[in-house]
Design a protein around this ligand. Sequence first.
Ligand SMILES: Nc1ncnc2c1ncn2[C@@H]1O[C@H](COP(=O)(O)OP(=O)(O)O)[C@@H](O)[C@H]1O
Ligand SMILES: [Mg+2]
Length: 323
Amino acid sequence: MIILNDVRKSFQNLEVLKGISLTIEDHKIYGIIGQSGAGKSTLLRCINGLEPYDSGEITVDGTLVSVRDKDALRHLQKRMGMIFQSFNLLERLDVYDNVALPMKFWGMRTNTNEAREKILGLVRLVGLEDKLHAKPRELSGGQKQRVAIARALVLDPQFLLCDEATSALDPEITKGILALLQKINQELGITIIVVTHQMEVVKQICERVAFLNQGCVLAEGRPEELFVRPEKQEIKDFLREGSEKLPETGVNIQLFFNDENNVDPVVTQMARALDTDFSICWAKLEDFRTNVYGSLVINIKESDLERVSAFLNEKKVTWEALR
Ligand SMILES: Nc1ncnc2c1ncn2[C@@H]1O[C@H](COP(=O)(O)OP(=O)(O)O)[C@@H](O)[C@H]1O
Ligand SMILES: [Mg+2]
């Protein structure tokens, strides 16, 4: 388990992390999302000790992460595989040797049967067995990231840290990489921390997420709790919720629903029951891992507000009037 307690960090006089407290439980896929410059990469680098922090505490299974104890730090970093947006493969090495690199770095032999089995197993896990001796320049972006993932797993880490791992990939390739991360989490039990500015990544694979804004955690929880009905204006802005044009007359009402309370019949029932009309402004459906969540905005007459509100409350529909 990784616990951060009031972690602060400045670069010169720029405060980049302003008291971050988080708990990342074992075997989870945990997301850290926010705009560019929010401090996500810095936070990740503090977690694996690539960057010192100024105050507060970061512990991994009870052991303090500190850049002062070089030996302890090296062992911690061995337990944390890391992948990046830019893949960071060595051009002169083929797939096999790129994957083997961390073993070489640790002075392990890479030509034993055991090592070979290990490397081949990982290359197979990421689906590149037919590219074993290809050089990075012969691979697509998605394939390069697969090599980087295999390399990050070669020392049997407990954690996999991903910094914008899919940000350079197109949506279809991204889906494949996310499915691979999910498989690694489920089959190998590895805890995965995903730093991203992409909502799709969090929606597809993260069980929990922290929303980082200007060095502060503004919200933390299950993605559907944070993003289906965001409370904070910063999160709404991030999702660009406000950009949908709504009618300026009458009252705009947003209804929320999930798998269990499908709102469609409610809307038509309400029109019949109240003998009134309203227009549907927009509706959207969103997938969060296995659940579908949706919301619908309708525009009603000011004079209908009381009756509509009574009807929705009686039907136990979650709703709010938009300003
Ligand atoms: N090594 C550094 N020296 C000075 N400023 C830095 C350094 N690394 C990051 N920053 C600054 O810290 C802030 C957060 O950066 P970063 O953690 O990379 O954010 P994110 O990953 O969310 O885009 C930015 O304003 C960035 O310019
Ligand atoms: Mg970053």
